[in-house]
Design a binder for this molecule. Structure first.
Ligand code: SF4
Length: 293
């Protein structure tokens, strides 16, 4: 089911200083996600999303952004893509993320996008405009194997399309990298997968890779994931139950080995594991007036 909703707010303040992505604000234009990754943490009961397959569109996004951005006193990075993918298939039709980025560009705010979709290329020109301040796009890629990606992330474009989109954005001057997480224990945690992901990231212009050799599981996300494991990878659920029980953080058993391979590879290619972020700036009356001129 797809339905429109009206939201009271559109930008949430990130309270703690975010050293990872450097975010000052978070923006979710949708609730639910059509990519339907089998491991998605947004299914966790704590988020109170009744049916994650239902898509709620925040229909008043543009009005809210147009109202709030000119009144902000701090220019800081607006992040999107944490709870859902801003470039899920419905976005092709309604262009909500695209229109939101246009408002952000007009107000000269920096942006960081996390996505699994090459649809982001549609907004290249707007991103270049935003990039006069700062624009970064992180592609979540967990496997170098497209067939495996189709099983794990059934609604998202294959990994190869994401790498190709990264290449094009990088060539257009946009900061790009890989959020290489989660790496699913007993499925994606092979030395070959990690080495190949870093190699492909390098070939396609990634400036940074943010890895996690493991995943999180909790009430809501665990049941769904385990049901999918039974369906797609018979026998693997039992390994999880034995090793992790009710644990939230589930690191890959061979974490140390994977990290060693990863560190060697990023060193070889000169890829950083820390993302270059935008430092928030106070917006003074004077800078506001300069912008209007
Ligand atoms: S793209 Fe992200 S938010 Fe969407 S289902 Fe996959 S993990 Fe969840």
């Amino acid at each position: 089911m797809i339905k429109e909703i009206h939201s009271k707010t559109i930008l949430n303040h990130v309270k703690q200083p975010d050293t990872y992505f450097g975010l000052k604000y978070n923006m979710n234009l949708y609730r639910g996600c059509q990519h339907q990754c089998i491991y998605c943490d947004s299914r966790s009961t704590c988020y109170q999303i009744e049916n994650f397959a239902d898509i709620h569109i925040k229909a008043n996004t543009i009005e809210l952004l147009e109202d709030v951005l000119p009144r902000k006193r701090v220019r800081g990075t607006i992040g999107t893509g944490a709870m859902n993918d801003p470039y899920m298939p419905i976005e092709r039709k309604i262009n909500l993320t695209g229109r939101a980025l246009e408002v952000i560009a007009r107000n000269q705010f920096p942006v960081h996008i996390i996505t699994k979709s090459n649809l982001v290329l549609r907004d290249l020109e707007t991103l270049q405009e935003i990039n006069q301040v700062y624009a970064a796009v992180s592609f979540t890629i967990t496997t170098a194997d497209d067939d495996l990606a189709r099983k794990l992330e059934p609604g998202a474009p294959p990994s190869s399309d994401r790498f190709e989109a990264m290449r094009q954005l990088n060539e257009a001057g946009i900061l790009t990298g890989v959020t290489m997480q989660p790496i699913l224990p007993f499925i994606e945690d092979t030395p070959e997968n990690i080495a190949r992901l870093v190699e492909l990231a390098h070939q396609n212009g990634a400036s940074y890779i943010l890895p996690w050799f493991g995943m999180s599981l909790r009430e809501g996300s665990r049941d769904y994931y385990y049901a999918k494991l039974d369906q797609l990878f018979p026998g693997v659920k039992e390994k999880y139950v034995r090793r992790y029980g009710e644990q939230y953080i589930c690191n890959a058993p061979n974490w140390g080995e994977l990290d060693e391979i990863f560190q060697k590879a990023v060193h070889k290619y000169g890829i950083t594991t820390k993302m270059p972020v935008f430092t928030p700036q106070k917006i003074t009356k004077q800078s506001r007036q300069m912008r209007l001129l």
